[in-house]
Design a protein around this ligand. Structure first.
Ligand code: KG4
Ligand code: ZN
Length: 381
């Protein structure tokens, strides 16, 4: 089965074609093609992602990306004069630039060999999500290919399946990104139970906000992590910079990051003239505080739910220090830890195609279904 994945939930416009085979418990995936455009440079000027800007960028970039995705890809003959363009224009009513470019593209290209389209319907920025959804519905109507909406967070979870690992349930997933910090108990694919989450900021968001306080560019996660690792490697620390570990010892599986972020703000204000050395020390202590809390909560969740594996997903897992700390936690329980590859750790469309494959065992995809963007889409059914 060849699946076209479409992801536009935040600031990456991503398309992929994944070939999937095997049953739901031991699927096999091969990436055939991918095309991704990151809007990071545009959002950097504003210090964060603005939904209207993200939407505009997605609308402009979907068709050029589709074109590069399908270059040299297997096609079958297609008669574009049979397309009901009025219907397609209605579907893309709010993305006129996308409609114009797409029409030209379709009229000059054959139909790709694709069996199903999987598109992110949430969670994320709704204006951004709508672009992907409408593009998926338009392509579905044009090419007569069925579509399944998928949950972005499920995409982050199943992204580890590309590595071809056998799965034994229950498993625990820790999802840490710019919008999410959650512990999910996985009873089987599609059966998820959220056992803990952040009560305020997500971890990636806290990284980004602390970076901004230190005058570092967006996205701040990689910047903080570079400074922190420099400080660790060179034994740079400052005993006067001690940050709290909010909720580390509460009996639940929830997180709170806003107190930690505020503690950094007060520290920065108290210091006044923040030097590079201050930044390195703050980054190191901040990363240590986050790591302490995350490993403690994950340890407790593994203990309480007797899981057979730990999956870690989301953009923050690009962070090597956290990765190593979580790997040690799993090792201490003698269970495997599954990480996505570096390319699949941040937002991408391969994980969306994989999620679509896992989901189609339980839910039949249909041509041009009604799909709503859901900014707060939950993993639990
Ligand atoms: O999953 P993702 O690509 O997008 C969301 O769905 O949010 O995650 C992006 C987040 C950003 O907050 C970014 O600062 C953070 O992941 N991030 C990192 C690192 N690389 C990216 N945080 C800490 N350390 C990193 N190395
Ligand atoms: Zn994400």
């Amino acid at each position: 089965m060849k699946i076209l994945g479409i992801e536009t939930s935040c600031d990456e416009t991503a398309l992929s074609i994944v070939e999937a085979s095997g049953d739901q418990l031991s699927p096999h995936f091969e990436i055939l093609n991918t095309a991704l455009y990151s809007q990071i440079e545009i959002h950097r000027q504003y210090g964060g992602v603005f939904p209207a800007v993200a939407k505009r960028e997605h609308s402009m970039n979907v068709t050029p990306l589709l074109e590069s995705l399908l270059e040299n890809y297997e096609t079958t003959p297609f008669d574009a004069t049979s397309v009901d363009w009025q219907n397609i224009e209605t579907i893309l009513e709010r993305e006129p630039e996308l409609f114009a470019k797409l029409k030209t593209f379709i009229e000059t290209h054959e139909k790709p060999v694709i069996d199903m389209i999987a598109v992110t319907s949430g969670p994320g920025l709704e204006p951004a999500l709508w672009v992907g959804i409408n593009a998926a519905r338009a392509l579905s109507a044009i090419w007569n290919i069925p579509v399944l909406p998928v949950n972005h967070m499920e995409g982050h979870i199943v992204s580890v399946l590309l590595e071809g690992t056998a799965t034994q349930f229950p498993m625990l997933a820790l999802l840490i990104s710019g919008g999410h910090t959650e512990l999910i108990l996985i009873e089987s694919w599609g059966a998820y139970k959220k056992i803990g989450e952040t009560l305020d900021d997500a971890i990636g968001e806290a990284y980004d906000k602390v970076a901004r306080m230190l005058g570092l560019p967006y996205p701040g996660g990689p910047e903080i992590s570079k400074l922190a690792s420099f400080a660790r490697d060179n034994n740079i620390s400052d005993e006067s910079i001690i940050l709290p570990r909010p909720m580390q010892h509460t009996k639940d599986f929830n997180f709170s990051l806003s107190g930690l972020k505020t503690a950094v703000l007060y520290k920065v204000q108290a210091i006044g003239e923040v030097t590079d050395a201050h930044k390195q020390c703050i980054a190191r202590e901040f990363e240590q505080a986050v790591t302490d809390v995350v490993t403690t909560k994950t340890t407790r969740a593994i203990e309480a739910h007797h899981v057979h594996a730990l999956i870690v997903g989301g953009g923050v897992i690009a962070n090597q220090y956290l990765r190593d700390a979580l790997a040690s936690v799993a090792t201490s329980f003698d269970i495997p830890v599954l990480f996505p590859s570096k390319e699949l750790a941040t937002d991408n469309a391969v994980m969306i195609a994989i999620a679509g494959y896992v989901k189609q065992f339980d839910t039949q995809p249909t041509v041009c279904p009604e799909i709503r963007a859901s900014g707060n889409l939950q993993l639990e059914a």
